[in-house]
Unconditional design. Structure first.
Length: 106
């Protein structure tokens, strides 16, 4: 997961906020977007572009303390778009760390 508020795009992303939103295929929002990198039912890597900023911040805070918070799925109205593949580097959930065999804390 990663949060992209308008004022804090990572240096690797050289696009302006509206430009990055267009590149993702969504409109710019004052709150920005959260990208949830996950797996589809078919085990394919997908990125969900979601409006659930507060939920994402809460998950990241819990995960940074090693707390797994499950099950959690965004409400369908919060999902703006789904891309095939992972769109960016991310923080893995404790489950993702285990699934990928990364070991240690996310």
């Amino acid at each position: 997961m990663v949060i992209y508020p308008p004022a804090s795009f990572p240096p690797a992303i050289v696009y302006t906020h509206p430009g990055a939103g267009a590149r993702l295929g969504v409109e710019a929002r004052p709150q920005g977007w959260a990208l949830w990198n996950t797996w589809s039912d078919g085990k394919l890597q997908v990125t969900m572009v979601v409006s659930a900023i507060d939920t994402t911040e809460g998950l990241l805070a819990n995960w940074s303390r090693g707390k797994a918070v499950y099950p959690l799925t965004p409400v369908p109205s919060q999902i703006a778009l789904i891309h095939h593949g992972w769109a960016t580097h991310m923080v893995f959930s404790p489950f993702g760390v285990k699934k990928l065999g990364l070991g240690g804390q996310p």
